[in-house]
Design a protein around this ligand. Structure first.
Ligand SMILES: [Zn+2]
Length: 193
């Protein structure tokens, strides 16, 4: 299983840091809540922040009580996606908050992030994924803000959801982490019906 750890640093800093100094040890197994997991090496994954491609280590633990392997993913990563959460967020913000066309979102992303070259289809993919998850995201937000008004058509709701997250959370990473903790999947994951 994966858990997301708020590392409060960029991929560049993470890539050159000693992870034992950056992250507290996992003292209790997040699955069985009884075992004390021990360190179990690393795997590597890509993270693209728009300027560089990082091949970062991800710390793993193993719980001998229940047999689960736990990966500690830094919070700038979105599980199953290679792009930094800020890049994905910027795409969604331009698409829904500013109602920018698919082509123009791609162009703006390339202006801001030199190594991001997205065709309109790619912008559409992330936008569509967000729309598919927006009801579930609204459920998570309502737990934090019970009186929030998110009722609307799906595109207007997407805009309200993005605005609520931008205003209510210190950064998109902290929302993405909360969503993962609540739903055990990323906010852009393929919905499970
Ligand atoms: Zn366990």
């Amino acid at each position: 299983m994966q858990i997301i750890i708020d590392v409060l640093c960029s991929p560049a800093k993470y890539a050159v840091s000693n992870l034992d100094e950056l992250m507290s040890p996992l003292s209790r197994c997040p699955r069985c809540r009884k075992g004390k997991p021990h360190k179990h090496g690393f795997y590597r994954r890509f993270c693209i922040d728009g300027f560089r491609i990082f091949h970062i280590p991800v710390r793993r633990y193993y719980c001998s009580a229940c047999g689960v392997t736990v990966s500690l993913l830094p919070s700038f990563c979105v599980p199953r996606f290679q792009y930094h959460v800020d890049v994905l967020w910027q795409c969604l913000s331009w698409r829904f908050n500013e109602e920018t066309s698919l082509t123009a979102v791609g162009q703006r992303l390339q202006e801001r992030y030199p190594i991001i070259v997205w065709m309109p289809q790619q912008v559409r993919f992330y936008s569509q994924r967000f729309l598919e998850n927006v009801s579930r995201i609204a459920v998570v937000l309502r737990k934090e803000y019970p009186h929030i008004d998110l009722a609307d058509s799906v595109k207007k709701r997407a805009k309200k959801v993005l605005t609520a997250i931008e205003q209510g959370f210190p950064n998109p990473q902290s929302f993405a982490q909360l969503y993962f903790d609540e739903c055990q999947c990323a906010f852009l994951a393929q919905p499970r019906f």
